[in-house]
Every structure is written in C-alpha cells, then in structure tokens.
Design a binder for this molecule. Structure first.
Ligand code: SAH
Length: 219
C-alpha cells in the first residue's frame, strides 16, 4: 500500500463491512455482489482529499466532470446485470475511476471496460494494477459502439445515460445475456434488457441519475 492510503487503510476494512451491511439494509440481496463490494477498497479509486468519504452512500467527483457512482448504484446495477449467474464475458461502458470494473472483476470471469477520456483510463489502469486485478482489460474508445471484435457478451453495464439503448450494445448481447443501463436525458430510468431465444425483453426500473453518454473520445 502506498503512503497516500495508509491513514485510511487501517480502518477501511471495517468501514467497508459497514457499507456492505448498509447495502443489505437497502435491499441488495446478491451475496456475490455484496462479497465483491466487501473486498474492493473503494478509497483507492478516489482522490485523496475525498477518500475519507469513499464508503459513504455518495457519488463523488473523479475529475473531468465525471463521478464515481454511489455504492448502492453500483451494487444495484451489478445485482441486476448478474441475475444470479457467473458471467463469462462482461462489458462495461464508462470505466471512470475503475471502481465498478474492479467489483465486476470479482463477479465475471473476464471484463472489458471502455472509457472515452484517456486520462481517466490511465488512472483506472494504475488503481487496478495496484489491486492486481488481472482479468480486466481497459480500452480507450467510444462505448456507443461497444466492442464488436470481442462480442458477444453475457453481461453489459453502462455507467452513463443515453436517450435510447445503443443498437450496437443489444447486437453484442449473447442469448441469455443481460444489459443494464440508465435511459433518458433529464429524467432517467434504469433499464434491464435480456436477450432470450425469442428476442429482447426490456424491463424499466427505478429513477436514477447518471452523467450523459457522450460521443467520441478525448485525451
Ligand atoms: N463505472 C464508473 C463510473 C464512471 S461515470 C466508476 O466506477 O467510476 C461514467 C463514465 O462514462 C465517465 O467516466 C465518462 O467519461 C464515461 N463515458 C461517457 N460517454 C462515454 C462513451 N461514449 N464511451 C465510453 N465512456 C463514456
């Protein structure tokens, strides 16, 4: 552990277990997701000045106008996307600081995560390396197109809101696969899309608030 994490490192395990208890009280039932969130040190993904708040039920700024989602949001998305399975090949759109990718890495066999802002991706890469997360591959790309060369995926999560579901993503969803993302602009709903052998089934869930999915890439 490097020096910037020592102060909080002493108490983070306990604080993290309290976070997991809170997630349980808030209705998260998936033990695999809860265990993964109990393992990943969330504070290492957050700027030192804010790290003491890492385990509170808050989204926090990560620079470039972006945010790390609140723990409940990450847990809820992953619980829905997992659907009780052990996904083989997962795709995340919007790596951000890399926290959700690190949790996903403990749920799925292989994780691909796409981010449009190169500087965020660089930081995420360092944090994931620090945790020795070997089964996550990061890509600097526009997630609107998914990752056609690596499809199909049996789990897709998108951490940014789009007015509608990008067609590339449903195309890259395997039969039996589950896609979870926020839909909408000012008013957003979480949406679950399942590809069954008869086609796509869409379920609209609770209201949420995410940063927007933007086009293209930047440094
Ligand atoms: N899962 C992240 C949450 C990041 S917020 C975490 O754990 O921190 C959403 C992220 O989506 C932002 O970093 C934003 O830059 C990214 N994003 C927005 N539009 C995108 C696009 N078209 N392709 C890839 N990433 C995108």
């Amino acid at each position: 552990m490097d020096s910037r994490h020592i102060g909080i490192g002493m108490t983070s395990q306990r604080t993290r277990l309290r976070m997991v208890e809170r997630l349980r009280e808030q209705g998260i039932r998936d033990e695999t997701v809860l265990a993964a969130m109990g393992e990943v040190p969330r504070h290492i993904f957050i700027d030192e000045a804010l790290a003491s708040r890492a385990y509170e039920d808050l989204s926090l700024p990560i620079g470039f106008g972006q945010t790390i989602s609140a723990p409940l949001t990450v847990a809820r998305m992953l619980e829905l996307a997992r659907g009780g399975r052990t996904p083989m090949r997962a795709l995340e759109i919007g790596t951000g600081c890399g926290y959700q990718a690190a949790v996903l890495a403990r749920i799925a066999k292989e994780v691909f995560s796409v981010e449009r802002i190169a500087a965020l991706l660089g930081r995420a890469r360092r944090s994931l390396r620090e945790l020795r997360t070997g089964n996550v591959k990061l890509k600097h790309a526009d997630g609107n197109f998914g990752l056609p060369d690596l499809a199909p995926f049996d789990l897709i999560v998108m951490a940014a809101a789009a007015p509608e579901v990008p067609e590339a993503l449903t195309t890259q969803l395997d039969v039996g696969g589950r896609l979870v993302m926020p839909i909408g602009t000012r008013e957003q709903r979480l949406v679950l899309i399942e590809r069954t052998d008869k086609g796509l089934v869409e379920t609209r869930l609770e209201d949420v608030h995410f940063v927007p999915l933007l086009p293209g890439t930047r440094v």
